[in-house]
Design a binder for this molecule. Structure first.
Ligand code: ADP
Ligand code: MG
Length: 246
C-alpha cells in the first residue's frame, strides 16, 4: 500500500467519548520531512487526533502506524512510538520541581539510558537551539510563558524524535511571546523536521506548511496546499472558519 511510506499513517480512525464521535473515520498520512498544519473549530477533534497518534488516547477503530510500528495492544509498540514522537502541548507540561536542565535530561536518561554528562550536553545543545541556554539552572516558574514553551520544545528534541507533534503551542501565550515560539518552530521546519502542528496561527501555516488539513465535526473536511486553502477554501465550513480566524 502506497501510504505505508508515511512516517505517520492514520487510516479511517474513529474515536468516541461516551457515544460522542470525536473522530469519525479520519485518514491522514505524513511523509518524512513534511510539515502539516491542522486547523478547525474548537471541538472538531484536532487534539484527539494528535493524542491518538501519541497514544495518549486509544482509538476505537482504524489503524495508526508511526514509523512502521502499528499502535495496537502491544505496550512495546507504544513505547517505541513514544520514543520517536516528540509532543508539545498548549500548557507546556514542564515538571515544576525540576530545573530546566533536569526537565531536559530526565527522559533521555530514563528512556534512552543516556549517561548524565551526555544528557547534559544534549540538553545544552537544544537549549541553545531555542535560544535560552542561560536559563538552564532556573525552575519553570521563573521563566516567561514563551521561554517555558521553548524549554518544552527543547525537551522534546532531546529525545531526537523523528516527528514532532504540536497541539496549539502558542494558544496559552501572551501575544508578545507568540513570535519567539513560532520563530523556533519555523527554524525547526527549515531544518527538515517532520511536523504535525495544530494551530490557528495562519501566518505560520502559510509560511511553513506543505499542506493544511481542515477538520470539522470529527472529520477531515478538506486538505489543500496553504496558498489554495487560504485563497479559496473548497468547503463552506472552511470559509466560515477562515472568516473567523483571519
Ligand atoms: P479540538 O482539539 O479540535 O478542540 P478535541 O479533540 O479536544 O477538539 O475534542 C473533540 C470532541 O471530543 C469535543 O466535543 C470534546 O468535548 C470531546 N472530548 C475530547 N476529549 C474528551 C474526553 N477525554 N472525554 C470526553 N469528551 C472528550
Ligand atoms: Mg484542542
Amino acid at each position: 500500500m502506497s501510504g505505508e511510506t508515511g512516517i505517520v499513517l492514520v487510516e479511517r480512525v474513529s474515536k468516541s467519548f461516551d457515544g460522542f464521535r470525536a473522530l469519525d473515520e479520519v485518514s491522514l498520512a505524513v511523509r518524512p520531512g513534511e510539515r502539516v498544519v491542522i486547523c478547525g473549530p474548537s471541538g472538531s477533534g484536532k487534539s484527539t487526533l494528535i493524542r491518538c497518534i501519541n497514544r495518549l488516547e486509544r482509538h476505537d477503530s482504524g489503524r495508526i502506524v508511526v514509523d512502521g510500528v502499528e499502535l495496537g495492544k502491544d505496550p512495546r509498540a507504544i513505547r517505541a512510538v513514544r520514543r520517536e514522537v516528540g509532543m508539545v502541548f498548549q500548557q507546556f507540561n514542564l515538571f515544576p520541581h525540576l530545573t530546566v536542565l533536569e526537565n531536559l535530561t530526565l527522559a533521555p536518561r530514563r528512556a534512552r539510558g543516556l549517561p548524565a554528562a551526555e544528557a547534559r550536553a544534549t540538553a545544552m545543545h537544544y537549549l541553545e537551539r531555542v535560544h535560552i541556554p542561560e536559563q538552564a539552572g532556573k525552575y519553570p516558574r521563573q521563566l516567561s510563558g514563551g521561554q517555558q514553551q521553548r524549554v518544552a520544545i527543547a525537551r522534546a528534541l532531546c529525545m531526537k524524535p523523528k516527528v514532532m507533534l504540536f497541539d496549539e503551542p502558542t494558544s496559552a501565550l501572551d501575544p508578545e511571546m507568540i513570535k519567539e515560539v513560532l520563530d523556533v518552530m519555523v527554524e525547526l521546519a527549515m531544518e527538515g523536521m517532520t511536523m504535525l502542528v495544530v494551530t490557528h496561527e495562519m501566518g505560520f501555516a502559510q509560511r511553513v506548511a506543505d499542506r493544511v488539513v481542515f477538520m470539522d465535526q470529527g472529520q477531515v473536511e478538506e486538505t489543500a496546499a496553504p496558498a489554495q486553502f487560504f485563497a479559496e477554501p473548497a468547503s463552506e465550513r472552511a470559509r466560515l472558519f477562515l472568516g473567523r480566524v483571519l
